[in-house]
Design a protein around this ligand. Sequence first.
Ligand code: HEC
Ligand code: HEC
Length: 276
Amino acid sequence: MHLAKWVTIAAVSLAGAAAAQDGNTLNIEGEELVTETAAPEHMENVKTIYSGWRFRSAETQALETDDFDNPAFVFVEQAMDLWDKVEGAANKSCSSCHEDVADFAGLRTQLPRVENGELVAMEELINTCRTERMEAEAWEWSKGNMTAMTALIGLQSRGMPMNVAIDGEAAPFWEQGKELYYTRVGQLDMACSNCHEDNYGVMIRADHLSQGQINGFPTYRLKNAKLNSIHGRFKGCMKNIRATPFAEGGPEFKALELYLASRGQGLSIETPSVRN
Ligand code: HEC
Ligand code: HEC
């Protein structure tokens, strides 16, 4: 069995997926979030979808329920400074043109999306403003200033349901993402689906396998004490199965991001979430 191959320390308890979630309700700053809902119709093998929050330990879960305790908020505050920081030849900051970051409410729920025939992620929207409108340098996909800004912008949609478009001109990108999700890669010859669809709820080592949802990104990980981008996480999972990861910001990861977003339709945005 492929999963067993990956698990070098035998700590697998085949508890069965459905029974393995915690019973908790996620309440952040008085607002109740959706961490469990019926799977969208396009998902043939899963009936119910769950936020990754449901698979974390009680201590990790608690960190996300209060913004004061949530370690990601240090970075959100950094982003608020960046928002007002003048940079580049045009002598502008984000706030020179965007009146209020709250105007981005809803944006996170709809990304990535197709623009002029290209699939566009939030990082690219930000960098277009930096390079073309501020005449400043682009930020690297997973570096601190970018993940801080995607956290600040994503936070404006917290509590709103994921809602990406997958039809029309998005369809071919979605198909590509689906194909990648089910394709076995790497020395361990595994697909995303082998863990996050076939075995969620199972313990591997000390880790409780989730459905690999992206509704909480960027995510603060206790493991590396920083914000982690969506593509950074994909990269980590590919490395774990000893596959050569695709490039962050490249067409494969953007397609996979769209497909994964569509597997989370209806879950609340939790940005910025806390994971181990
Ligand atoms: C010179 C003016 C200007 C500056 C400076 C600027 N933007 Fe923009 N930004 C725009 C315009 C114009 C658009 C496209 C129209 C729109 O969606 O508001 C846009 C679009 C966006 C979008 C996509 C919004 C959407 O709903 O599609 C994001 C996100 C964004 N900007 C973030 C930023 C960030 C973060 C900064 C600072 C790093 C920044 N912008 C700096 C003018 C600017
Ligand atoms: C060998 C099993 C395995 C495979 C294969 C795998 N992952 Fe993961 N993944 C994990 C583990 C373990 C975690 C951390 C615990 C969790 O959240 O499930 C994780 C976490 C994630 C998360 C974070 C979820 C959250 O709530 O923050 C995402 C997103 C993710 N994986 C996507 C992928 C994608 C995309 C692929 C395919 C390219 C993939 N994974 C392949 C084991 C795997």
